[in-house]
Design a protein around this ligand. Sequence first.
Ligand SMILES: Nc1ncnc2c1ncn2[C@@H]1O[C@H](COP(=O)(O)OP(=O)(O)O)[C@@H](O)[C@H]1O
Ligand SMILES: [Mg+2]
Length: 348
Amino acid sequence: MQPMDTLGRLLGDSAPIAEVRAQAARLLRSAVSPGRRLPPILILGETGTGKGLLAEAIHRDGARGNGPFVDVNCAAIPETLLEAELFGFERGAFTDARQAKPGLFQSANGGTIFLDEAGLLPISLQSKLLKVIEERSVRRLGSTRNEPLDVAIIAATSEDLPLAVQEGRFRADLYHRLAVVTLNLPPLRARGRDVLLLADDFLARICEDYGLPTRTLTQDAQAALLAHPWTGNVRELTNVLERASLLSDGPRLTAQDLGLVAARRPETTREPAESSGDRIELTAIAAIASGIAKGPAGDIAKTTIAALIRVLCPSDGRLAPENPARSAGLPGTTSSTLTPTGPSSAVA
Ligand SMILES: Nc1ncnc2c1ncn2[C@@H]1O[C@H](COP(=O)(O)OP(=O)(O)O)[C@@H](O)[C@H]1O
Ligand SMILES: [Mg+2]
């Protein structure tokens, strides 16, 4: 059977994402030989950083890729049900147990169980989970018999687990058992230009899914994507792009279409100041000189400061007057010749 490359769906060229893919690939290589199992894996990352995607990719690309992948959101199942759901029960184990039922661990036999939001697992179940991991067997509620299990365990959390351990919300022994192999998914805002790469890929996919004409991003949209904090990470990015694609008319999406504040253009898109820089400095000096020559003392100070601000912080439109050169009495000089990126770079 051809090995799959589901891991390749975790897109991104940034160093931390390349590193996570490489670590996962190394783990998978170490577990290909018969009898070698994957150790428990802990994936850390804020919500929407791709923990579920990574967990499923590790499963699909691994030796159990054709087996079941059982995704359990530990935060979504009420505490009273979680134990029965995870470990199963015998008939009569509790009032409503009219029929025996295998748990999610048994359903994952021969495959992988993905314990999402494991940091929120009730403390009462944490010791049971540790036992399942260590003994590689599970005992249903109301049973006296252990059933052997062949299940890879991947846990994920957005919690600060060491802090949870310190505060007594998470068992230290379970933490150490789970954290032997830890993969860190950084927040999207720490992945540099990956946001643009992801945006292009998602836009193409969204337009195909909805049968929309191809949509691309304007420069101000790209700058806004790079500047946005993305507290909801990749999930927030997909939502923003989906909404904008569906609600905007034109093929070019602007920062406004995305519902994001247009940002200062990143340094790399500025024109190299070499040639324009000299001109700007000269213009500014001329403006200052002209101001000194013409204005009354109060105006001179204002004009001088404004001209300096224009040169030193060209995109800080709030500090500078509309046109410092003109106010300094220089005919035919527009403010755009004083700002290397032009007025459009300072949309606040
Ligand atoms: N690096 C990535 N490349 C492509 N898609 C991604 C990436 N990271 C996340 N996604 C997508 O973003 C969405 C949220 O990811 P998910 O795995 O559910 O995050 P989490 O489990 O950390 O909350 C999913 O649709 C997922 O496929
Ligand atoms: Mg998830």
